[in-house]
Design a protein. Structure first.
Length: 305
């Protein structure tokens, strides 16, 4: 197993903190966490992937030890895409692999769609494709019901409620069940509460939702849709989707029609695993990610004559 090392990168005007393993390895793998996590989401995967790759898990802008620019406009998708490209540039890598979960997956989908020449392969863990998700948010009663938290997170000042009593609401909403089951430890709980309670962190984290045009339909807007053109959301890089089927926030219909939008797609379903794949199935996640990256490396390697 390789040791996790911490460092910072200057990306544009921001300083991003990151954890890394396998820095001596040639091929870069960027690992993007979602809400409300931070680099620590990948603590079990980093040592495994770092044996063969240069694995880098940043705290995304606004999270934990990374800079927290003020204002909702600092968290639009264009800026989030720019952070990923800028981080790859920081490491001097024209091409790289992307592994991502939840909000990190939303960004990773966008990077793969916008910069297919730079992404060698994409691994998504419980993160919906933006076009499919937009359709479900507009028209699917179940997904609309399960996404009401998105509307709540866009309310100004909601972070005060979420941070009371050492972020008790946020902990109970996310990981309390995993702590009780033994899938997360006391040290894990302490790490998350510390990250959430850093000055300005939770406001910045919620600004991802506030800057997004996607929100669940209301009675007035239901069925109208967002007017997105699916042709502009095609993914032309090899993609692995690992999906916990017991996800309470993202319904299984997020996988329906995905093969029509992703040219080279593999889906692995994990029965009984919820949204928090890296915590509930850490070994499976590490194994499947590594097998996929290795297979792509073999495919891309020039044949010897």
């Amino acid at each position: 197993m390789t040791e996790i090392v911490h460092n910072t990168a200057k990306v544009g005007d921001l300083t991003l903190h990151y954890a890394e393993t396998g820095a001596k390895n040639e091929t870069l793998v960027l690992m993007l966490h979602g809400f409300p996590e931070f680099w620590y989401c990948w603590k079990d995967q980093l040592p495994v992937i770092g044996e063969s790759y240069h694995a880098v898990a940043p705290d995304m802008r606004g999270y934990n030890l990374s800079d927290k620019p003020e204002g909702v406009k600092a968290y639009t998708i264009g800026k989030l895409i720019g952070d990923v490209i800028g981080l790859a540039d920081h490491f001097g890598q024209e091409q790289f692999y992307l592994v991502a979960h939840d909000w990190g997956a939303a960004i990773a989908w966008a990077v793969a769609i916008g910069y297919p020449d730079r992404v060698k392969g994409l691994v998504i863990l419980n993160g919906p494709h933006p076009y499919i998700f937009s359709e479900l948010l507009a028209k699917n009663e179940t997904q609309i019901a399960h996404s009401q938290y998105i509307a709540k997170f866009q309310e100004i000042g909601v972070e005060e409620e979420m941070l009371k009593n050492d972020a008790a609401w946020l902990w109970n909403w996310t990981f309390r069940r995993l702590r009780k089951s033994g899938q997360m430890s006391m040290a894990d709980e302490a790490a998350y509460r510390e990250a959430w309670c850093r000055p300005g962190a939770l406001t910045a984290m919620l600004n991802y939702y506030r800057a997004s045009p996607l929100q669940p339909a209301t009675e007035e807007t239901k069925g109208q849709g967002f007017g997105l053109d699916p042709e502009k959301f095609r993914v032309r890089v090899p993609t692995l989707v690992i999906w916990g089927e017991a996800d309470h926030a993202l319904i299984a219909e997020n996988l329906v029609g995905l093969d029509a939008l992703v040219e080279d797609l593999t889906i692995i379903r994990l029965p009984g695993v919820s949204h928090w794949v890296t915590h509930e199935a850490p070994e499976t996640a590490s194994t499947e990610i590594t097998l996929f990256l290795n297979a792509l490396d073999r495919r891309n390697r020039p044949e010897k004559h």
